[in-house]
Design a protein around this ligand. Structure first.
Ligand code: PLP
Length: 363
């Protein structure tokens, strides 16, 4: 982890297990840039962060699962919506480390990726539970925690939604150092802004801390993909502060960084009706990325994020800017993990995702 080079004592105090493949590539999006009138549009592709499964959860899990192992946990328990990329990533990488994986999930709008993620999570051996809402989920979680603690003799290690604990967020502090090294190596110019999806906040917060650490004045445009109740500036500032505190606890030489108003802008106008409900601008962005650049996005996170970038470009708000789109969505083919899995093997609560229609990004 690059962070260890700048802060060597973290190597002992903040464990990390390599799960993915880094650095992820930065490439120019020349065709999309031309259509949008942007001279310098770049892609940082964290879709390729893992060999079997990429996306933004891999960097966070390298720290969360390392801490679980260090604490002697035998299982990890995490949370998400039914089609959670995070829950799937946790299942895949926890099982790979020999840990049991339990996912406590809540209902969400249906989509093809929900089916794929559920099948793949089942295939890798994650234990899946779903409840209709947060309260019922909390009760079911208490039950599963006691059941598993009795069964395995240890309390499962808890990974919060999206892996956005302070520990997980450090994965994206490190990602900013990775980008810094790529800029120094001439792989891309220093961007004026980075457009990134914002759900459980860890990605945007980690990047903001890391960019401040390397003193790069790059503005983060954090595109909110869930309601303001869960995703807001107050929570974002809190995660920023607790992550800096964690780093300073583990290495007192880590600077006392603070979020400044120009560091980050949260955008809410691309969410649409709600989490995981596809929008027309989001769908258009997904189509454009696929047609012009062969980049696969989706309607819940990255389509809405690219839609923000497109809207800003079309409004002339970022003319002559150097812009980086940070892809947080898995780019690996999941079919080896989904083929041959019959959805009837899943708990009955999940069957409806396979029996009812899905939203289409191509409408
Ligand atoms: C989880 C996820 C995000 C959100 O990242 P946070 O760190 O939770 O804000 C963005 N894009 C994709 C594809 C995701 O799976």
């Amino acid at each position: 982890m690059l962070l260890y080079e700048a802060h060597p004592s973290l190597e002992r105090s903040l464990p990390h297990i390599r799960l993915g493949q880094f650095p992820t590539p930065v490439t120019r999006l020349a065709r999309l840039g031309e259509v949008l009138g942007l001279e310098a549009l770049y892609l940082k592709n964290d879709g390729l962060s893992g060999e079997v499964y990429g996306g933004n959860k891999v960097r966070k899990l390298e720290l969360c699962l390392a801490e679980a192992v260090r604490k002697g946990a035998r299982e990890v328990l995490t949370f998400g919506y039914a089609g959670s990329n995070h829950a799937l990533a946790t299942g895949i990488y926890a099982r790979r480390l020999g840990l049991g994986a339990i996912s406590m999930l809540i209902e969400q709008p249906n989509a093809a990726y929900v089916r794929r993620n559920l099948l793949a999570a089942h295939r890798v051996g994650a234990e899946l539970h779903q409840r209709g809402g947060p309260l019922r989920l909390a009760l079911a979680t208490a039950l599963q925690l006691s059941r598993h603690t009795v069964g395995s003799g240890r309390l499962p290690y808890l990974v919060p939604p999206g892996g956005s604990s302070s520990v997980g967020t450090v994965g994206y502090v490190n990602a900013a150092l990775e980008l810094d090294a790529q800029i120094r190596a001439g792989q891309c110019p220093q961007p004026d802004s980075i457009y990134v999806a914002c759900g459980s906040l860890g990605t945007a917060v980690g990047l903001a801390i890391g960019l401040k650490l390397v003193a790069r004045p790059i503005r983060i445009i954090a595109v909110r993909v869930a309601t303001g109740r869960y995703v807001n500036m107050e929570r974002l500032r809190r995660l920023y502060a607790t992550t800096v505190t964690l780093l300073r606890d583990r290495d007192p030489s880590f600077p006392r960084l603070e979020l400044q108003p120009n560091d980050l802008q949260m955008r809410k106008e691309f969410l649409g009706p709600g989490y995981a409900i596809f929008t027309a601008p989001g769908n258009d962005a997904v189509r454009l990325a696929a047609a012009l650049e062969g980049v696969d996005l989706e309607g819940t996170y990255t389509g809405k994020t690219l839609a923000a970038l497109i809207a800003d470009a079309r409004a002339g708000a970022i003319d002559r800017h150097t812009v980086l789109f940070w892809n947080t969505y898995n780019a690996r083919d999941l079919s080896p993990l989904t083929s041959g899995v019959d959805y009837h093997e899943l708990p009955a609560a999940f069957h409806r995702y396979f029996e009812r229609p899905v939203q289409d990004t191509m409408v």
